[in-house]
Design a protein around this ligand. Structure first.
Ligand SMILES: Nc1ncnc2c1ncn2[C@@H]1O[C@H](COP(=O)(O)OP(=O)(O)OP(=O)(O)O)[C@@H](O)[C@H]1O
Ligand SMILES: [Mg+2]
Length: 372
């Protein structure tokens, strides 16, 4: 029987654990043309939720734009144009889009392998002034013919692109005029998304309703995971799932990753218990060890000690005397610099008054190494 667990990708259909409450809220927002900002930690399931919800809605075409690493307005235009083309996907629509965007010198060709039409924009033309307005006007114009839902994923990356602030102002102006189309903004970098949507100086200030995506309720995820294990005749009890859930810091992507390795190290008919859980965790470490070691290579010996102390003692009260002592009798300045470095390396992030590891298995691997 094939391993039914999936991680590191967008999940849909059978691999998607239902999130009825979030889905219902999102459907209501989309139906009423309300713009929404969706925030949540990494691997919480933001992209899967949005894509699956829209795929299930009748009569809505998704225009999905991933802004990960977007570098300048031309790059942004090309990504939006390709996403708009993808949402229509027929030769007549591509030709129509070609006319709408004629100033940006689009080309429509046929891919010789797949026989499918391919739409592309000329990079130089896309760099011209007014190109972002032009492409967003094309989106608004098309929205008069078809019901569209426009999704910008990893939206916070817009802050880092060339002319980011000016472009955001242009986008905000155009989006505001297209009041019947729902625009959805997804982001995982909490402080940057907060800057965009809740800083009064930002063009996007208060421009969208908020829908936070947190953990999947434990009971729902248990039913989902137990039914997957059952396809291989494997039995998962509620108590053991609770341990998996905690080990994965309740983050869906890590819950699935641990279930995946537990599946691999168990036979048909197995009852999953403490030993299988430990084997699964060791399986994750074995697979990820090289990456973990690379993370550690980028740190100084003191920074490594701080990382280990965070893994062993948790991330609260890191400037207290007890914590400084546990981390190797450090002074506050050294601790502050180490924490800054661990954040810059994207190993930890701050949530309220606590520092947390992005990857719970890395934290557990560090813990298993403490004192060695
Ligand atoms: N509804 C769900 N049911 C089951 N597993 C899920 C669900 N949503 C997410 N996951 C798990 O989490 C992983 C990451 O999902 P997804 O890419 O949607 O999250 P994300 O929040 O967009 O992550 P990122 O911050 O990396 O963009 C999936 O590969 C899957 O293992
Ligand atoms: Mg995502």
């Amino acid at each position: 029987m094939k391993n039914p667990f999936k991680y590191g990708c967008v999940v849909s259909g059978d691999s998607f654990c239902e999130r009825p409450e979030l889905e219902r809220k999102l459907v209501d927002f989309i139906r009423s043309g309300q713009n929404v900002v969706i925030q949540g930690e990494r691997r919480m399931g933001k992209t899967s939720l949005v894509r699956e919800t829209i795929a299930r809605m009748r009569g809505i075409s998704l225009v999905y734009i991933d802004l990960l690493g977007v570098c300048d307005p031309a790059d942004l235009c090309i990504r939006i144009a390709e996403a708009l083309a993808e949402s229509g996907k027929t030769l007549p629509f591509y030709k129509k889009l070609g006319k709408m965007l004629s100033k940006l010198r689009p080309t429509v060709s046929i891919d010789t392998d797949s026989g499918m039409p391919v739409f592309s924009l000329d990079k130089a033309a896309a760099s011209s002034a007014g190109s972002v307005e032009a492409i967003l006007s094309a989106v608004a114009q098309e929205a008069k013919n078809r019901r569209l839902c426009v999704v910008f994923d990893e939206f916070q990356d817009i802050l880092g692109m060339m002319e980011g602030t000016r472009t955001m102002a242009v986008m905000r102006g155009k989006i505001q005029l297209d009041s019947s189309t729902p625009y959805i903004f997804l982001g995982s970098v909490r402080n940057k998304m907060t800057d965009i949507f809740w800083n009064p100086d930002s063009p996007f200030y208060h421009s969208a309703a908020s829908l936070p995506v947190g953990e999947i309720p434990e009971d729902d995820f248990y039913q989902f995971a137990a039914s997957k294990f059952k396809t291989g005749g494997k039995i998962l009890s509620k108590d053991v799932f609770e341990e998996i859930f905690v080990a994965a810091q309740r983050i869906p992507g890590y819950v699935q990753e641990l279930c995946d390795t537990i599946w691999d190290c168990t036979d048909r008919g197995a009852k999953i218990g403490a030993k299988e859980l430990e084997d699964g965790l060791q399986g994750v470490f074995a697979r990820e060890k090289e990456h973990y070691e690379l993370f550690m290579d980028r740190l100084t010996p003191i920074q490594r000690k701080v990382a280990k102390a965070l893994a062993v003692y948790g991330g609260k009260g890191v400037y207290s005397g007890a914590f400084l002592m546990n981390a190797g009798a450090l002074n506050i300045g050294t601790m502050r610099r180490s924490i800054t470095k661990l954040m810059a390396e994207n190993l930890i992030y701050r949530h309220n008054d606590e520092y947390k590891f992005f990857n719970p298995f890395f934290a557990q691997w560090l813990k298993s190494k403490a004192g060695k």
